[in-house]
Design a protein around this ligand. Structure first.
Ligand SMILES: NC(=O)c1ccc[n+]([C@@H]2O[C@H](COP(=O)([O-])OP(=O)(O)OC[C@H]3O[C@@H](n4cnc5c(N)ncnc54)[C@H](O)[C@@H]3O)[C@@H](O)[C@H]2O)c1
Length: 244
């Protein structure tokens, strides 16, 4: 029970890795704010937590919107008190070559995937006492990628640099900032990926379950990882270790 009575915000908590993370945090005693663009799926996660005897509330939010992020933080603090854990999991992809993508679409991906971590850092960390932890979700696409997903890959690379630098800034406050870089994980995002469907991105090697990522995220968010800071943990079942 590593999160007993700790206030935990998880974005993208309505599906996939975010949902599995919400369920594990709640199983371990956390009071979870399930934030998602899709309120119905966030509520379904809350209902599952309630059904298992845990504590959670849903918050509808576009994490690429500063005001919406501030509202999630305010709701977390007013409902459950000081924030102990923030998991920045929500993200989006586009599948358009750089020569064709609209400027607005490029910057939308950066705002949702990277700006969200900035917003939760700027407005969430000030409500975190010492001992708090932030976990950002990067991707193997930060290391190796496919055509037509440059905005996504850029955002996931930048998340690792953001994590490293913000960890340094928060060190004196006793707040740790880390990231996970998932490989292929069996979620809607993977199944709906046109590059995966077309075979441009081959799913060679193991495919993880959302719970595999939740375990790594909860480890980094917990005091078990008290000496880990500014790190990105590759959680890909060995996918990147294998030469093609
Ligand atoms: N599944 C994989 O293979 C894989 C691999 C590498 C990285 N990741 C990363 O893992 C994270 C979770 O992805 P997943 O695979 O669980 O996907 P998913 O599609 O199952 O879940 C993503 C959730 O984020 C929410 N969301 C999307 N845009 C949002 C926004 N603007 N504001 C708030 N919520 C929003 C969606 O509604 C959804 O509930 C993402 O950061 C993704 O980039 C996934």
């Amino acid at each position: 029970m590593r999160f007993t009575d700790k206030t935990c915000i998880v974005t993208g908590g309505g599906s996939g890795i975010g949902k599995a993370t919400c369920l594990q945090l709640a199983r371990e005693g956390g009071r979870v704010i399930v934030a998602d663009l899709d309120l119905a799926s966030a509520q379904a996660t809350v209902d599952a937590i309630d059904g298992a005897g845990g504590n959670a509330i849903a918050a509808q939010a576009n994490v690429g919107d500063s005001g919406a992020v501030q509202a999630v933080v305010a709701k977390a603090v007013s409902t459950y008190g000081a924030v102990a854990v923030i998991v920045n999991d929500a993200a989006m992809m586009t599948f358009t070559p750089i020569l064709d993508i609209a400027e607005a679409d490029f910057f939308k991906v950066l705002t949702v995937n990277l700006g969200s971590a900035f917003f939760f850092a700027k407005y969430g960390a000030q409500h975190m006492p010492a001992g708090g932890a932030i976990v950002n979700v990067s991707s193997v696409h930060a290391f190796a990628t496919t055509p037509n997903v440059v905005p996504y890959a850029s955002s996931k690379g930048a998340i690792q640099a953001f994590t490293r630098g913000f960890a340094l800034e928060m060190q004196s406050r006793g707040i740790r900032v880390n990231a996970v870089a998932p490989g292929a994980v069996d979620t809607r995002m993977l199944r709906d990926n046109p590059n995966v469907k077309s075979g441009v991105e081959k799913l060679e090697g193991p495919i993880g379950k959302p719970e595999d990522l939740a375990a790594a995220i909860c480890f980094l968010a917990s005091d078990d990882a008290r000496f880990i800071n500014g790190a990105t943990l590759l959680v890909d079942g060995g996918r990147l270790a294998q030469l093609p």
